[in-house]
Write a protein that binds this ligand. Structure first.
Ligand code: G1P
Length: 287
């Protein structure tokens, strides 16, 4: 079984829900406490052993490249001023040379198209996809849990969360066949079904482990839900010939793609911080 070494981060989205904050800044750079959302996703990937991060970007996203770049002036200044704590924070988001790759998605044609844009950088090996909007707070990172499951069952794996039926129209939803512990064997997947048509309430959150054959199906460029090329539709095809599982991961997920989820993540992550916990609790009591 080939190791999962590469991860795709689709970061081409416009971030319209956060306008005007995202007018001149990528939504992935919005901070939860003091770290941009994208850094949480990258750290999750690193913690799971990912060696190469591939960002599928678009216009106006160069701040992401700068964020993960070596910043000589800043580091030198912090070093000279003896600000070792801040220097460490800056260093912690600087990867080794050659670990980050950036490719442009020229048109916003959907998540499936974004993943397809990275096909030549992935080549012929299984890979992960992380959607930074979905933040997961967990003792063992969500992707780590998925890779452990992958090492047992192989094939294609998605992270699953049981959602209220009224919310199925926001997610990819799987048809479960059998469940062993927290691993669900699924027979199909459908993108954003109406509640009354959804095959279950098991929703895909933004973490995937996929086999490279997925690119053959993405190549078909089938237009799906919302008039976009959907990753879900390609997964629905690949699972006719390959194993497909969903992992009910341990941890709490925050949907940072909308304001409330983003605000909740800020509160939850601040409450985890020894230096901020009491202050944040005080604010919560006050309001
Ligand atoms: C995407 C996927 C969907 C998945 C969701 C998770 O949708 O298409 O299948 O359930 O991410 O956040 P989006 O949120 O980009 O509309």
């Amino acid at each position: 079984m080939k190791k999962i070494r590469k991860a795709i981060f689709p970061v081409g989205g416009l971030g319209t829900r956060f306008l005007p904050a995202t007018k001149a800044m990528p939504k992935e750079m919005l901070p939860v406490v003091d770290k941009p959302i994208i850094q949480y996703a990258v750290e999750e990937a690193w913690a799971a052993g990912i060696e190469e991060c591939i960002f599928v970007t678009g216009r106006g996203k160069s701040a992401i490249e700068d964020h993960f770049d070596y910043s000589y002036e800043l580091q030198d200044t912090l070093h000279k001023r003896g600000k070792s704590e801040f220097l460490e924070k800056v260093r912690s988001c600087t990867p080794k040379a050659g670990q980050m790759a950036y490719i442009r998605q020229q048109e916003a044609l959907g998540l499936g198209h974004a993943v397809w844009c990275a096909r030549n950088l992935i080549g012929d090996e299984p890979f992960a996809v992380l959607l930074a909007d979905d933040m997961v707070m967990a003792d063992r990172s969500c992707l780590q849990q998925m890779i452990e499951a992958y090492e047992k069952v192989g094939g294609n794996i998605v992270a699953l969360e049981d959602v209220p039926r009224a919310r199925t129209g926001s997610y990819g939803i799987v048809t479960p066949k059998k469940q062993t512990g927290n691993l669900v064997t699924a027979s199909s997947i459908v993108e954003k079904p109406e509640p009354e048509e959804a095959p279950s309430t098991l929703a895909v959150i933004g973490r995937y482990i996929l086999q490279p054959e997925i690119f053959d199906f993405l190549e078909e460029k089938q237009i799906g839900a919302g008039g976009e090329i959907q990753l879900t539709d390609a997964i629905a095809k690949i699972i006719k010939t390959q194993p497909f599982h969903g992992l009910l991961f341990e941890g709490q997920r925050f949907d940072c793609g909308n304001q409330l989820g983003f605000l909740e993540a800020n509160i939850a992550f601040a409450l985890q911080r020894p230096d901020l916990k009491a202050g944040m609790q005080g604010f919560l009591d006050k309001y």
